[in-house]
Design a protein around this ligand. Structure first.
Ligand SMILES: [Zn+2]
Length: 178
């Protein structure tokens, strides 16, 4: 399981500050709900694609001695299960639905995959905005216009990671998770 936390907004700052920043602690297990602080349980690395750059970032893992499961603290510029950093991922979605040409083949491949995924996740996004912002919001019927309106609403929350963490804390899964 993943827990999102706000750190620096850029992977390079996150990497530089990782070893000097005080560790986030988890005081109750999200798996078994025991109220015993989870143990720090090593660090692993994951890739983050940030526009043209790829970073390998350290991720702190925590371990519950009660149920034996782990929780990882991901910086909120990441989306669990995706290597694309959040600002880049949203930029690709925006470009796809607004029919802005891809700068290169890799971006083209990424955005086809994530756009299909985004379409599958739209109903839960609508639910989120109806619960958290306005129960009477009306969305266009056509999927393409609906996707653009949802992306506009995501951007209107502020910086992408603010929205992503709020969504994650609400549904306990990322806005692009199935
Ligand atoms: Zn547990």
């Amino acid at each position: 399981m993943v827990h999102l936390e706000h750190f620096s907004e850029h992977p390079l700052d996150y990497i530089n500050e990782f070893h000097t920043t005080e560790r986030v602690r988890i005081d109750s297990c999200p798996h078994c709900f025991t109220r015993r602080r989870l143990h720090l349980h090593g660090i692993y690395h994951r890739h983050v694609i940030w526009h043209e750059d790829v970073f390998s970032i350290p991720v702190q893992r925590h371990y519950c001695i009660h149920c034996g499961k782990t929780v990882s603290i991901l910086p909120s510029f990441c989306h669990s299960g995706f290597q694309l950093a959040l600002p880049f991922l949203l930029e690709l979605l925006w470009a796809f639905f607004n029919m802005i040409p891809s700068p290169n083949t890799l971006a083209h491949q990424h955005r086809h995959f994530i756009s299909r995924r985004f379409l599958l996740c739209m109903n839960r996004l609508i639910e989120y905005f109806r619960i958290c912002e306005d129960p009477l919001i009306v969305f266009p019927d056509f999927w393409h216009e609906k996707a653009i309106k949802l992306l506009e609403m995501v951007y209107s929350v502020g910086k992408p990671h603010i929205f992503a963490k709020r969504y994650y804390d609400h549904f306990k899964k990322g806005f692009m998770a199935l």
